[in-house]
Design a protein around this ligand. Structure first.
Ligand SMILES: NC(=O)c1ccc[n+]([C@@H]2O[C@H](COP(=O)([O-])OP(=O)(O)OC[C@H]3O[C@@H](n4cnc5c(N)ncnc54)[C@H](O)[C@@H]3O)[C@@H](O)[C@H]2O)c1
Length: 280
């Protein structure tokens, strides 16, 4: 293993044994798509910091298991976030279960691969419904509750594919780009309500969403070579940023769009000239 790879790995592992802090005690959170990947890691991270969490999703077995593992601090609620009625019911069920709402994490999302001529309208619309309209519906129902309580925090999980575009990800890039600018609009409108709204933009993260492509060794290697930190991220590395953003430690941060991508979006895409010009 190279020196760079070793130091990157040790940097990312150094938080794993840190003492738990109850800085989110008394807070109630919704995490959509909380049954796997970044969402499940976020549920664990928030509960680990004292919050009570409604895990929302469509994978009922995984959601029920995670809720059981976490005990009284977590419950599972089935909702397809691509359906407006399900999202309204999700917010109401959380208030019924826990008596309040402080934090909304709009994380549920679906990938989609296809150039524009190859997509039909139904495929396009489903990506927009699940990745973008879900955020509108969740915010529409959560914000009045947060406002009544004097404030709260929202984090939208966008993507580096919403900050810049990727080949073949047309509908996905459109949905995530819209989530980013919608985040800024929400932050402006609700700052005076005491509601902070931020977006995180994961790069390549090892989750069920990317498992198929990352299982191909050559593809994984090429992908990771383009990432300055030279590896895929772990869901916990995104979850820690989300937990920070909803905590009081982030009290002056709103409208921010924060990559968590190993440096990927810092790169313009032009060739690595020092590497290419180095004598063999
Ligand atoms: N993994 C990555 O490399 C990566 C990169 C950038 C952005 N993201 C974003 O991170 C978020 C989480 O993805 P992940 O990587 O953890 O993948 P994942 O597949 O593990 O998680 C997505 C979750 O959303 C749920 N979900 C999907 N459609 C839903 C629906 N209609 N209603 C309710 N729940 C639904 C899934 O069941 C799953 O629990 C997504 O918004 C994704 O676009 C991921």
């Amino acid at each position: 293993m190279s020196q760079t790879a070793r130091s990157n790995d040790s940097n990312s592992d150094m938080h794993q044994d840190r003492p738990q802090v109850n800085d989110l005690a008394g807070r109630v959170a919704i995490v959509t798509g909380g049954t796997s990947g970044i969402g499940a890691a976020t549920v664990r991270e928030l509960v680990g910091h004292g919050a009570r969490v409604m895990i929302v999703g469509i994978d009922d077995a995984a959601g029920a298991k995670l809720a059981t593992d976490l005990g009284a601090a977590a419950r599972y609620h089935h909702a397809d976030v691509g359906r407006a009625g399900d999202v309204a019911a999700m917010v109401a069920a959380t208030e019924d279960a826990f008596g309040r709402l402080d934090v909304l994490i709009n994380n549920a999302g679906m990938g989609n691969f296809g150039e524009t001529p190859d997509l039909d309208e139904g495929q396009w619309q489903r990506v927009i419904d699940v990745n973008l309209s879900s955020v509108f519906h969740a915010c529409k129902h959560a914000i009045p509750r947060l406002r009544r309580q004097g404030g709260g925090a929202i984090v939208n999980v966008a993507s580096v594919s919403g900050m810049a575009a990727d080949y073949g990800f047309t509908a996905y890039a459109a949905s995530k780009g819209a989530v980013i600018n919608y985040t800024r609009a929400l932050a402006l409108d609700h700052a005076r309500d005491g509601i902070r709204v931020n977006a995180v933009c994961p790069g390549l993260i090892d989750t069920p969403l990317t498992a198929g492509t990352l299982s191909m060794p050559a593809l994984r290697q090429t992908w990771c070579e383009n990432i300055p930190l030279q590896r895929a991220g772990r869901p916990e590395e995104v979850a820690r940023l989300i937990r920070f953003l909803v905590s009081d430690d982030a009290s002056y941060i709103t409208g921010a769009i924060i990559p968590v991508d190993g440096g990927l979006i810092a790169w313009s895409g032009q060739p690595n000239l020092p590497k290419l010009l180095k004598p063999a």
